[in-house]
Each structure stands twice: as C-alpha cells, then as structure tokens.
Design a protein around this ligand. Structure first.
Ligand SMILES: Cc1cc2nc3c(=O)[nH]c(=O)nc-3n(C[C@H](O)[C@H](O)[C@H](O)COP(=O)(O)OP(=O)(O)OC[C@H]3O[C@@H](n4cnc5c(N)ncnc54)[C@H](O)[C@@H]3O)c2cc1C
Length: 391
C-alpha cells in the first residue's frame, strides 16, 4: 500500500473500499500465520500470545499502522481503516474481540493527551503487540460513580506518588502500562480533582492480583498502588484534567471497537446458523431475532464510525450504541445457548467450551464500559432532556 495510491482512492471517495480489498488479499495470503493454532477459545496465555503474533505481522506489513497519525508511528489515513481491520480479523475469528479491543480503548487518549514524545514512544510497541496496556479506573467503591474514586497521587519533587487500589483491571497481569486515574486534590473535589497518569506496570510498589471469573476467562485483576512513584511527564493532560481523559476513553470505546465486535458477533451467529436443522422454526426465530439485534447495532454504529472518523468523538448519544451492543451480544449468545442446548452447559468439546465462555462473558455486556442503567439515565437526561423524578 502506498500513500500515493491512498491519496487517489481518497480523492475518489473509495478509501475504505480500497483498503479492505488490499487487506483481505493480504489476509488470504497469510491465513496460516494468522490463524490460532489452539482449538477454539484457548487459554488467556494462548490468546494473548497469538494476538501478539498477529499484531506483529500486521504492524510489520503496515496494516496495524494505518488510521493512526504519522507523528506517533502511524501511516495516516482515516480511523475507519482501524474499524475495517478489526472487523476483518474478528469476523474471521483470527483474534479474540475482547483482547483485541484494548489498544483501541486507550491509545486515542494517549495520542490526544500525552506529551508528544511520550505518545511517539508508546504507540508503536502497543500497536505491534510488544506492549499491552490496561485501564485503571474502577475501584472497590467507585464504578458507575467514578468521580468518587479514592486512589491518590501527591506531588513529590519531579514525581507523583500514587497510593490506592483499582478493581476489575482487565489484563493487568499481562500489561506493560496502565492508564491510572488518581485524585490529585482534596477528597471533596469530585470529578474536578482527578488526574490521569500513564504508569509503567513494572514500577516498584505496584502489585497485581488476578481474580477468577465465572466465565473462566483469566482477565480481571485487583491492582494495588503502594507509594508508586511516577514522573510528571507521564501525566496525561494537565493536573485536574483526568475526568476529560476518562470521558474521552469511554467515548472512544464506542468507535472502531464496536464495529469489530459486530464482526465477532456475526462470526459466531454464522457458525451457529450452520448447525440448525432445516425446518427447526424455533431455532430460525432465535437466529432472526439475534441477527436483527446485530443489524441494529451495526446500522447505528456505522454512523458513529463516520462521525468518529470526522473527529467528532461521540457525546452522550453514544449511550445508544452501548445499549445496542449489549443487547446484540446477549441476543447472539442467548440464541447460541438455546440452539446448542445441553451442549453449551455440559459438553467437554472445545466448541462447547467456547460458547459457554462467550455466553457467560456476554452477561457482562450490560456492565463494562458503563452499565445499561447508567446509559439509559444519560439518554433520558442528556439526550431526551426528560425531567428527573421528583423535579
Ligand atoms: C468484563 C468487564 C471488564 C472491565 N474492565 C475494566 C477495566 O479494564 N478497567 C476498569 O477500570 N474497570 C473495568 N470494569 C469495571 C466496570 O467499568 C464497572 O464494573 C462498571 O463501571 C460498573 O461499576 P461497578 O461494578 O462498581 O457497579 P456499581 O456502579 O456498583 O453498580 C451496581 C449496579 O447499580 C446500578 N447503578 C449504579 N448507580 C446507578 C444510578 N445512579 N442509577 C441507576 N442504577 C445505578 C448499576 O447499573 C449496576 O446495575 C470492567 C467490568 C467488566 C464487567
């Protein structure tokens, strides 16, 4: 792929078609190297090792760099390229959608808020899969009510010293860096007193304890900060700008990630459809319902992807996308479970194991990235301007 050819395609309004056509040719040529060598879901170690290999191949061939700014190691072009790349990978089951989403969750905020030298140094190893980042927002008593977080950062010479505990930190035990929200003003400062830091997970005083989940996916951790010293240049944005950084990250989660998740859901739905006996009308009904939910997500998300690509990182109306993705996720894996009834619950086959894990994980879709109750509250108050009860 050359920039000149991209410029021609862009001028003709064909940039994403041009990108997808070349990408799919390349994927077809490299399918053996891109396909996981373990059956179905795999362990977290297998899944992350494979993803690293895929990212390295994609980065070295340029694909992983398209859609990111050139001054942070990207090759430029629209962020729609990132959505297309994720869709092609998850839609063929070549990477696991949840793990693949982490760079896309956090990197846009580092590009926007980090010191330019930090962003330029940090992005290439992340995109190449050499590094993995995690998100240190939630705490034992601060999830939906993130503004009440209690982890603190106090200035000390040229450094800041972080103390506190984070919870539900996905992939922290495998991560090289964490974006940490910490309170830099007094306890009453609420969301105004929060600052974001880009923290090296190897820092002395930082400890990670993995948590078991019902989905048997080794993802979550508790992360402890015992006087962890971080340099001032690792601050994202200015002191007190952490809430804005957090909002940007939550909004970016609804960009290319939701598009690739749609590819992942269709991949599974397509597989289940091949297992339905002709004439099984109940199964056809379930499939149709799930397909409609995924279609609603993609119809909405397509608009969001284009707005994102134009630089309009979504506002409160992206809560609609979050509700739709949770509904689609659960519809697909509810349908799978009912169609594969008995097998998903009891079988020891690798396929049953995968659908079991995916069904259990889909229960979390109404929680991560902001619960569905909170999204409905945002839509009611900030999109529809409905009065709050009691007013
Ligand atoms: C799979 C997964 C991955 C995650 N990964 C990360 C991660 O990497 N990093 C990270 O920092 N966090 C992560 N989280 C945590 C996630 O952000 C929180 O779980 C979420 O914000 C909800 O917070 P909570 O669990 O404390 O629940 P709470 O906020 O305590 O909510 C409990 C229940 O009360 C409801 N509720 C709360 N407040 C209101 C209100 N005002 N109005 C109506 N209902 C309300 C909620 O909707 C929910 O049903 C992850 C969670 C999941 C499930």
């Amino acid at each position: 792929m050359t920039r000149a050819a991209l410029a021609d395609a862009t001028r003709d309004g064909q940039a994403t078609l041009w990108f997808r056509a070349r990408l799919t040719d390349w994927i077809d040529e490299h399918l053996d190297e891109l396909t996981p060598d373990y059956p179905d879901h795999g362990t977290t170690e297998q899944l992350l090792a494979h993803q690293r290999q895929v990212q390295r191949l994609l980065f070295d061939a340029g694909w992983m760099r398209w859609g990111w700014p050139e001054d942070v190691g990207g090759l430029g072009g629209t962020p729609l390229f990132r959505a297309v790349l994720g869709e092609e990978l998850t839609g063929r089951g070549l990477v696991h959608s949840a793990a693949y989403s982490m760079p896309e969750v956090l990197a846009p905020a580092v590009v926007r808020f980090a010191d330019s030298a930090l962003a330029a140094a940090a992005l290439p190893p992340l995109l190449r899969g050499d590094d993995l980042w995690c998100q240190g927002f939630s705490e034992p008593d601060a999830g939906s009510d993130l503004g009440s977080l209690r982890t603190t950062a106090r200035p000390d010479g040229d450094d800041w010293v972080i103390s506190g505990q984070k919870l539900w930190t996905s992939w922290a035990h495998h991560a090289s860096h964490c974006i940490v929200l910490a309170r830099t003003e007094g306890p009453e400062s609420g969301s105004r007193g929060i600052t974001a830091f880009f923290v090296d997970m190897g820092s002395p005083g930082l400890h990670v304890r993995p948590l078991d989940t019902m989905a048997d996916v080794d993802e979550f951790c508790e992360t402890f900060f015992d006087n962890v010293r971080v340099p001032t240049w690792s601050m994202l944005g200015a002191r007190g700008q952490g809430w804005e950084v957090a909002q940007h990250i939550l909004a970016c989660e609804r960009g290319p990630i939701f598009w690739q998740r749609g590819g992942w859901l269709l991949h599974h739905l397509g597989e289940v459809a091949t297992l339905v006996e002709p004439g099984d009308h109940e199964a056809e009904r379930l499939l149709g319902k799930a397909f409609a939910a995924v279609f609603a997500l993609r119809a909405r998300s397509r608009l969001t992807q284009h707005r994102f690509a134009e630089g309009n990182v979504s506002g409160p109306d992206s809560s609609v996308d979050k509700i739709l993705i949770a509904a689609a996720d659960q519809a697909v894996f509810d349908a799978s479970r009912l169609i594969l009834a008995g097998s998903v619950e009891l079988d020891d086959t690798s396929r049953a194991d995968r659908f079991r894990k995916e069904w259990l994980y889909s229960r979390a879709a109404t929680i991560y990235g902001g619960t569905s109750e909170i999204q409905r509250d945002i839509i009611a108050g900030r999109v529809l301007d409905l009065p709050r009860p009691g007013r």
